[in-house]
Ligand binder design. Structure first.
Ligand SMILES: Nc1nc2c(c(=O)[nH]1)N[C@H]1C(S)=C(S)[C@@H](COP(=O)(O)O)O[C@H]1N2
Ligand SMILES: [Mo]
Length: 263
């Protein structure tokens, strides 16, 4: 796989250099990035699409992320980002140990469905020991247990035109004068139906703790840490990501991170 990494870095390096050259051509260029028909923005967006296509071709649809042996779990999963959400809805659920929690699947589906924690725990289960890589430069090997997302999506019946899952979370990752910004993320349907993509309720053979996303957090094992949404409450099937947040498919993507976020 090292050849793949080198290729990807080289590719990213080239596109980043090209884009920054354009941006530096005039500082006021930044002001125009918000305009949909702006040239610089179009180039940046194309680079993102190209990255996605290049990665998809290199990785393939169903390649599995590496799984590790129990002896390779050397420490607990380091909590990062939100670790104890303070929204009223979340605190209410936490105080009753998530008894009334429900995960909802809506949008471009045949029927909107929602499941309690007990229902999710009684669906087909899978455990996997994988490595979580955060862009901040740390990794953790941990055992995640949960139910495959694909089975849950099938119970809702994904409509043919749907292209993405948007993952809505409870936590206010950022508080601003105009209100809370809630964490969200998204993936394509290939990642959603990948066999290692699970709605996780267990971590290292214990109940998933609040600091790591209780009661449910998604694992997309071939993607970086910011593509692993914690405190998940709703999965929305859509054909367009632009209506959400600032339109880039996730909280961190809205701030400039790559949408695909593959490893
Ligand atoms: N809802 C939510 N999900 C999130 C985050 C967050 O702040 N809120 N942070 C992301 C980032 S950057 C990382 S590295 C991982 C951290 O997961 P952990 O706390 O289980 O290690 O969660 C990701 N998912
Ligand atoms: Mo991260």
């Amino acid at each position: 796989m090292s050849g793949f990494n080198i290729n990807r870095r080289q590719f990213l390096g080239v596109s980043a250099t090209a884009a920054s050259g354009l941006v530096l051509a005039g500082c006021d260029q930044f002001d125009f990035l918000g305009q949909r028909d702006n040239q610089v923005r179009a180039v940046l967006e194309q680079a993102n699409v190209l990255t996605y296509q290049v990665q998809r071709r290199l990785i393939g649809a169903q390649t599995l992320a590496r799984e590790y042996a129990p002896s390779e779990i050397r420490q607990g999963q380091r909590p990062n980002g939100s670790t104890d959400p303070t929204t009223a809805e979340y605190m209410f659920l936490k105080n009753q140990n998530f008894a009334d929690y429900r995960l909802t699947v809506k949008g471009m589906v045949e029927r909107e469905v929602s499941f309690s924690l007990d229902e999710l725990r009684n669906m087909p289960a899978r455990s996997q020991i994988t490595r979580h890589d955060c862009v901040e430069g740390w990794s953790c090997i941990a055992k995640w247990s949960g139910t495959p997302l694909g089975g849950v999506l099938d119970q809702a019946g994904v409509k043919p035109g749907a292209r993405f899952c948007v993952y809505h979370c409870y936590d206010n990752i950022q508080r601003t004068l105009t209100g809370d910004i809630l964490y969200y993320s998204s993936s394509d349907l290939i990642d959603a139906y990948h066999p290692q993509t699970i709605l996780s309720y267990g971590l290292n053979d214990a109940v998933l703790p609040v600091s790591n996303g209780a009661p449910i957090r998604l694992r997309i094992e071939r993607a970086l840490g910011y593509k692993q949404p914690k405190y998940l409450h709703t999965i929305e099937l859509v054909d367009d990501l632009t209506p959400f947040g600032r339109g880039k498919g996730g909280y961190w993507e809205d701030l400039g991170y790559d949408w695909y976020g593959g490893i």
